[in-house]
Ligand binder design. Sequence first.
Ligand code: AMP
Ligand code: MG
Length: 341
Amino acid sequence: METKYLTQTELHTAACLLKEGALVGIPTETVYGLGANGLDEAAVRGIFAAKGRPQDNPLILHIPSADWLQRYCRDIPPAAYALAERFWPGPLTMILPRKACVPDVVTAGLDTVGVRCPDHEVCRQIIRLADVPVAAPSGNRSGKPSPTRVEHMREDMDGRVDAIVDGGPCRVGVESTIIDLTCTPPRLLRPGGITLEQLREVLGQVEIDPAVVRGMKAGEKPRAPGMAYRHYAPEAPVTVVSGAPEKTAAYIAQHAGEQDGVLCFDEYIALFPVQDSRRQVKYLGPSGDKGAQAHNIFDALRAFDHTKVTAIWAQCPDERDIGLAVANRLNKAAGFRIIEV
Ligand code: AMP
Ligand code: MG
């Protein structure tokens, strides 16, 4: 199929396409999503086909405001409204019991559904105009780094979807935080733009799902099915080096081969001269600016796929604030191959 590229003045076209059952790449503040009418089973199946996504990995329903929650969820606890009040629109997905109108294909047969209200005016406008919830996972081909620019969507989805809406680069750069409100205490299933510290301010106690911090063992099933899969990975294998930034930079400078890729904090540029080598160096952002690191991480990981590197070494922030999300994406890209120095 030929993919149409839509601008921000063509949101009616995007909304009509969605309503008619088409697949549309849509910008959000986290990453670009691959959207379909979340009540149209056939359209949602198209998402799995276009991404090559395993059928047992459920999708998130995107809504334009919290007052749509009751349409798709039941037994909604007060905590859900407290979180919506504080963090929506924004990068937070809540897992809640679903109503029967949500097709099985969206939830992969689970009796819960993930719901989020994105903080991107273009995205909310499209959903409002379509007047249907938009089921959307990240718009990358399954396993690849998530798309944070329209060019990434073109790389992965050109010819596989009906349209892609250009909403500019994504502000946050990592996917939404996922909080499961169907268990006590609530459980963090995926770290993202809303931090664990912020969630605890509203919810008190929050547990961290083991899949956030370590790889799953054979046969082990995480509560967020997507966390079981290899993810976010460029073609070359990644090794994360974790510890104080000056130590990790020194370790990588000692161990990286002349033709390897290096993903480092901006301050360590001088340790990795590129003039005389075929080394590829990408910058994650200043070591003290984890927001910048989140914004850059997928673009940097993706950029290695346009090079010939056969191994990638990455510095990694500590896990406070949005560092937990950056570290999680890096560790998953590395298949949890982590060297502590
Ligand atoms: P993606 O948007 O590609 O990052 O994928 C959505 C993520 O949300 C996946 O990791 C899913 O496992 C997770 N997710 C969606 N719905 C549910 C649910 N009902 N329960 C647990 N996790 C979910
Ligand atoms: Mg994804």
